[in-house]
Design a protein around this ligand. Structure first.
Ligand code: SF4
Length: 229
């Protein structure tokens, strides 16, 4: 019993010292499964777990967990940053104006939304659409890693700075990262601009189109002539 009290007291002291250092929340990152366990898990099982997740403080402000959607055996997976207001309300990724543009980008390479898989780095919306915190990314990232393990896409397209920098563990700007393939856990990863950025900066569409043509070629798709609009 003395040993138990000692452990409790040292835990209390550790929490108090974090509080004094300015930490106002405690994060419990989801554990990454070992690969043999991952083989037996389905996307539905992972989603069921994510819908109940309380691993970071975003649980207090979210309306819905936005797990992701699409073909569980998709060859192409898009990964964005985090849900926005529309996505938080509907529980689906990329459903606002940026999502409509993403749908047109997907269709421009001859695929439909249901033929790809779309997810985000964070499954819950940061309040006021602020940038994700490193602690939130660390807490949530195992879900995404596990989604990739289950889906096994041929190509991942990282949408925007946060997705690209997080997946590539890089601090380089997206303008420097985009346009070529990298390796992500054995999957080819192409960073490109986020559709929300394109809504504010339409001149970036030609670069995204170049990136999408490379993805289409990698997947053996015949790309129709034309541009994203
Ligand atoms: S953002 Fe991720 S880690 Fe945080 S509560 Fe939502 S699902 Fe859990």
């Amino acid at each position: 019993m003395d040993e138990f009290k000692r452990i409790i007291n040292s835990l209390k002291a550790a929490v108090e010292s974090e509080r004094l250092a300015g930490m106002d929340a405690i994060y419990f990152p989801r554990k990454k499964r070992d690969s043999s366990a991952a083989e037996n898990e389905t996307l539905e099982m992972l989603e069921t777990e994510a819908l109940k997740c309380r691993c970071c403080p975003l649980v207090k402000t979210r309306t819905n967990v936005v797990f992701g959607e699409g073909d569980p055996a998709a060859r192409l997976m898009f990964i964005g940053e985090a849900p926005g207001a529309d996505e938080d309300r509907q529980g689906r990724p990329f459903v606002g104006r940026a999502g409509q543009l993403l749908t047109r980008i997907i269709e421009a390479i001859g695929l439909g939304r249901k033929e790809v898989y779309i997810a985000n780095i964070l499954k819950c919306r940061p309040p006021g659409n602020r940038n994700p915190l490193p602690e939130e990314i660390a807490a949530c990232h195992p879900y995404l890693e596990h989604q990739v393990d289950i889906i096994k896409p041929r190509v991942i397209c990282a949408l925007g700075k946060f997705a690209a920098q997080t997946l590539l563990r890089s601090e380089s700007p997206i303008s420097r990262l985009r346009g070529r393939f990298y390796d992500y856990h054995g999957v080819k990863l192409m960073p490109t601009y986020h559709p929300a950025y394109l809504l504010r900066n339409p001149e970036g569409k030609k670069d995204v189109w170049e990136d999408m043509k490379k993805i289409a070629k990698e997947l053996g798709l015949n790309v129709p002539r034309g541009k994203t609009n």
